[in-house]
Design a protein around this ligand. Structure first.
Ligand code: TYM
Length: 337
């Protein structure tokens, strides 16, 4: 059976961007394909400590799993939920892959440039983390890796690493994840999703944005979240249309409206075509986000911790068995066994 795999860091809460861009598409895919694919959803906790050691990481991990269920995930025996650091093969394979990747390839990554820009010193984890990500994917032969647009470059890197190693040893050791164009097709969307910062819609919505109005957190009071939408930056064009390049603020609102209500973006665009009043659009999106958050937060509160722990333990047993077998195969070709 083929594998679909994704991970979301849980430093702090999820933003609406994580939720709409990655979590919800993953849940929809999982529900659609779980009888025909393995669906691996893991918590990249080793990725979390790259930026800082987070005193709330443990609570956030448990909460993040609840969020998958609150987002509608219906688990079955093919859905595997696990924590990265509970499967040591991730770190081990990461090291082996590290020894095959030129530094230049890592320092060219957009995220590395963004995260190290202007800093006098950055830790080596920031440079190397795309390799850990490649290990996360390649250990499980995951062909489909639903992620937001900002992770496409890392996905391509994982693909290159797999192809190169297979070529070098003339053996199909790894299954390279499919190219991003096909990932997007598989996810059933036209392009990668990038939810924008509400204050500066040129940028993606990010947990680390300084202004609270820039981002909606999934734990925000729904009324406060609605206010943030009402104060979102738009433009002076005066037409409601989807044009991410010239009107990123308005386009972002249209995109949020479509994703929150699970309707095609094209339908939302047609509904608003010819309209000019940004205030009306904001009212509608604010109300959609508010309704969604209210229902979502109620569902999160209903899920007991024990159920989450049970899923994690079962998932980790499964993940260790698959990952260790793959690691052993790799250790053999690298002459470590
Ligand atoms: P992370 O934790 O930064 O983000 C988790 C997921 O959310 C997506 N995302 C967004 N999508 C749309 N709009 C936004 N504004 C937005 N912000 C974030 C990201 O694209 C991602 O899909 N390295 C990864 C986690 C990871 C991983 C993996 C993912 C580690 N190993 C293996 C897949 C497979 C990361 O830091 O994502």
């Amino acid at each position: 059976m083929k594998t679909i795999l994704t991970g979301l860091r849980v430093n702090s809460e999820f933003t609406l961007g994580n939720y709409l861009g990655a979590l919800l598409p993953m849940v929809r895919l999982a529900n659609k394909y779980k009888n025909d694919y393995n669906v691996n959803i893991f918590v990249p906790d080793l990725h979390s400590i790259i930026s800082e050691v987070d005193g709330e990481l443990q609570q956030n991990i448990i909460r993040s799993i609840k969020i998958y269920f609150a987002a509608g995930l219906v688990a079955n025996e093919n859905v595997h939920i696990y924590r990265q650091s509970y499967v040591p093969a991730h770190s081990e394979l990461c090291w082996i892959l590290n020894c095959t990747v030129p530094m230049g390839e890592l320092s060219r990554m957009t995220q590395f440039k963004e995260k190290s820009d202007g800093k006098s010193s950055v830790n080596a984890g920031i440079l190397n983390y795309p390799i850990l990500m490649a290990a996360d994917i390649l250990l499980y032969d995951a062909e489909y890796v639903p992620v937001g647009e900002d992770q496409f470059q890392h996905l391509e890197l994982a693909r290159n690493i797999a192809t190169r190693i297979n070529h070098k040893f003339e053996k199909e050791i790894f299954v390279p994840p499919v190219e991003t164009r096909k990932q997007v097709e598989f996810m059933g969307i036209e392009n990668g999703i990038r939810i924008r910062d509400l204050v500066n819609p040129e940028k993606k919505m990010s947990k680390s944005a300084r202004s609270e109005n820039s981002k909606i957190m999934m734990s925000d009071d729904p009324a406060v979240a609605a206010k943030k939408i009402m104060s979102a930056t738009t433009d002076s064009v005066g037409k409601i249309q989807y044009d991410m390049f010239n009107q990123p603020g308005v386009s972002n609102l249209l995109q949020i409206e479509a994703l929150v209500n699970d309707v095609p973006l094209q339908d939302v665009i047609s509904t608003w075509a010819g309209e000019t009043r940004y205030g009306d659009l904001k009212q509608k999106v604010a109300s959609s986000v508010r309704t969604m958050l209210e229902a979502f937060q109620e569902r999160v509160a209903e899920i007991p911790d024990e159920i989450v722990i049970e899923y994690l333990e079962a998932g980790e047993e499964y993940a260790n068995s698959i990952a260790n077998a793959k690691l052993l195969e790799v250790q053999h070709v690298f002459n470590l066994r």
